[in-house]
Design a protein around this ligand. Structure first.
Ligand SMILES: NC(=O)c1ccc[n+]([C@@H]2O[C@H](COP(=O)([O-])OP(=O)(O)OC[C@H]3O[C@@H](n4cnc5c(N)ncnc54)[C@H](OP(=O)(O)O)[C@@H]3O)[C@@H](O)[C@H]2O)c1
Length: 252
């Protein structure tokens, strides 16, 4: 049984989907969890579910693309718990598949601001708190599109390749200081994000699932289990890695 007893964990994008399932999994393993996202009510609902299971934590409304918000988030954690041991940098947004020539500068800026700058800002402010706590574990949410190309979604694909680069670079920078930095790279996972993409492009999504080696989508809980392992001492010699939780997609 993995135990995170006594640890404090931050989950960005913990208001739904993979982040919410991971907040619940980390709390079940004994961590105190702080859930961040822009939606306050959904964040509080994640915490309500954790408290109903006997867990502990609180929600903070924060936009990871704004440095003042990320700074405020880490300050709240340090003021309340005095430590930070685990960070799951998971907040992210999708790209609607469109031909490159029709994509706009506004789309580029929005995706890069949240998926890349948001992870970089989170790392920047988490690292001092983790060092102050004696080290810890960081997991960033990449995607199978951080490992391979994706036609019609080049901005999202580039953003997740950047997350892979941030993960490896930070893993090397902090390897001797007791901070491990890894990534999870999910394939298609049944979340609000996937629902939005399916509604906009039902045929493309059907084809994508049909081409899946396991012939099905993954669940947020299946990703959460990999994150739990990467956050725990069971993965104590693992850093700078990206674990595909994808039903075999990138093995093809
Ligand atoms: N579902 C998939 O198939 C799949 C596959 C590969 C990778 N991923 C990645 O998995 C991560 C989680 O996505 P999901 O599938 O669980 O979808 P989701 O349910 O839409 O979750 C996205 C999360 O990101 C948060 N978020 C978005 N922009 C934010 C911002 N500016 N500041 C703070 N939080 C923000 C959202 O919270 P608020 O709306 O409350 O801000 C929400 O909690 C994303 O990084 C996504 O790229 C998903």
């Amino acid at each position: 049984m993995t135990t995170l007893s006594g640890k404090v964990a931050l989950i960005t994008g913990g208001t739904s989907g993979i982040g919410k399932a991971t907040a619940i999994a980390l709390a079940q393993a004994g961590a105190k969890v702080v859930v961040a996202g822009r939606r306050q009510i959904e964040g509080e609902e994640t915490i309500r579910q954790i408290q109903a299971m006997g867990g502990e934590g609180f929600a903070v409304s924060a936009d990871v693309s704004k440095e003042a918000d990320v700074q405020m988030l880490i300050e709240k954690i340090m003021t309340h718990y005095g430590r930070l041991d685990i960070a799951f940098n998971n907040a992210g947004v999708e790209q609607d598949p469109t031909p490159l020539t029709e994509q706009t500068e506004a789309t580029y800026d929005r995706i890069m601001d949240i998926n890349v700058k948001g992870v970089w800002l989170s790392l920047k402010h988490e690292i001092p708190a983790l060092l102050k706590s004696g080290g810890g574990a960081i997991v960033n949410t990449s995607s199978v599109l951080g490992l391979v190309g994706g036609a019609m979604v080049p901005i999202y694909t580039a953003s997740k390749h950047a997350v892979e680069g941030l993960t490896k670079s930070l893993a090397l920078e902090y390897a001797k200081q007791g901070i491990r930095v890894n990534a999870v790279s999910p394939g298609p996972i049944q979340t609000e994000m996937f629902d939005r993409l399916s509604q906009a492009n039902p045929e493309a999504i059907e084809q994508l699932i049909a081409g899946q080696p396991m012939g099905r989508m993954g669940t947020p809980e299946e990703v959460a289990n990999a994150v739990l392992w990467l956050c725990s001492d069971a993965s104590s010699f693992v850093t700078g890695q990206s674990i595909a939780v994808d039903g075999g997609i990138v093995a093809q």
